[in-house]
Design a protein around this ligand. Structure first.
Ligand code: FES
Length: 159
């Protein structure tokens, strides 16, 4: 059975027909050809498929797109603005917080969600909240460094 679903993806409105069992990840990769989010564990356990839905980090491989009518979805491709990388992307680059890069889109989107919801979260809290995102290269120290760099930059901006 198909469903008509309206989505705003990276700031653009779309209405599409989807199968009832189609996941958000399949839709984003196959219909929108946005392939930053990865098809990995397919069980919502590794975070490689993380997307922002209404600002919340979700494992898109276990979310049915038919349940998202009216939702706003942000992918890694939608982060740059006017040719500039998002500050969290800049921080990941500046801290060399990526190796193979497989986890990086999901890590960055989860980091944005953490920073937006709990801008002053301490290191342990950040690590706990990021625990759903696995880095196969085990580059966690620099990933945490990048998040803390954004926290410090925002504190300076707001002081
Ligand atoms: Fe390789 Fe994280 S950088 S999986």
């Amino acid at each position: 059975m198909t469903h008509s679903v309206s989505l705003t993806v990276n700031g653009q409105d779309h209405t599409l027909e989807v199968d009832g069992n189609q996941t958000l990840l399949e839709t984003i990769r196959e219909k929108f050809h946005l392939t930053g989010a990865k098809m990995a564990c397919e069980e919502g356990r590794c975070g490689a498929c993380t997307l922002l839905v209404n600002g919340n980090a979700v494992a898109s491989c276990v979310v049915l797109v038919s349940d998202l009518d009216g939702a706003t979805v942000t992918t890694i491709e939608g982060l740059p603005s006017e040719g500039e990388l998002h500050p969290v992307q800049e921080a990941f680059l500046g801290c060399t917080a990526l190796q193979c890069g497989y986890c990086t889109p999901g890590m960055i989107l989860s980091s944005i969600s953490i920073l937006d919801k709990e801008p002053n979260a301490g290191e342990n809290e950040v690590r706990r909240k990021l625990s759903g995102n696995i880095c196969r290269c085990t580059g966690y120290v620099k990933i945490i460094d990048a998040i803390q760099l954004v926290q410090r930059d925002r504190q300076i901006e707001n002081s």
